[in-house]
Design a protein around this ligand. Sequence first.
Ligand code: IYR
Length: 251
Amino acid sequence: KGHKQIEREDEDNEILADSSSKAEEIDYAPALEEKEHIAYKGVAETLSGGAKQFYKMMNDRRSVRSYRREPIPPIDVIENCIRAAGTSPSGAHTEPWTFCVITDMEIKQSIRDIIESEEELNYAQRMHKQWTTDLRPLKTNHVKPYLTDAPYLILVFKQTYGVTKQGKRKQHYYNEISVSIAVGILLCALQAAGLSSLVTTPLNCGPALRALLNRPVNEKLLVLLPVGYPAENCKVPDLERKQLDDIIVRY
Ligand code: IYR
């Protein structure tokens, strides 16, 4: 209606101009309030050790697959991490994210049941042999105790569109990349808080998890993160990272 949607493979939508004559007749209003811009003084709070300190902190981050059930990190720490994630830039400042924080053991168990039964099929049938082979060094499989052991599960949904107060559909431009950036900031904040996490993308589980949590149809699961402290016997793959000169190209 007055615009044309280009569906890309990743289901992210961009709205491109419509050349039809009807387009001119519509009274467009911005989703955001149109206000005077305000002065910006730049960054106020910085780390004493700057980017080097930040790098060292992030270099310690590992994907953790076994968690201590206790102690339970204070909820306000989790909330501050999500506040940080919510500072992410987003397409046209649409803030197209929903962070579901699960502590309830019954819900965690239901999530685990859904994911383990789908992942059993994923590993056995849906994933290509090359894929399961590539995962062998990570020692992952369909059994996922971290889904009930981790004190928190954070399910991050992307809002593929919004709804205005008038009940009209609102475009969420670049919602997937916007929420992905927010997740990146969330990972940094959790690391800064001394918490471990794991980015998981439960294949084929999105609709069932959305239904379990009663999320509206405009929301699609992007990632699920268990969050907590690593188990005492926690082991991680002996991975190396690319060197700077392998990831930077100077012009
Ligand atoms: N979703 C599965 C498989 C998996 C896929 C990739 I790519 C990984 O880096 C790790 C696991 C699982 O969670 O086990």
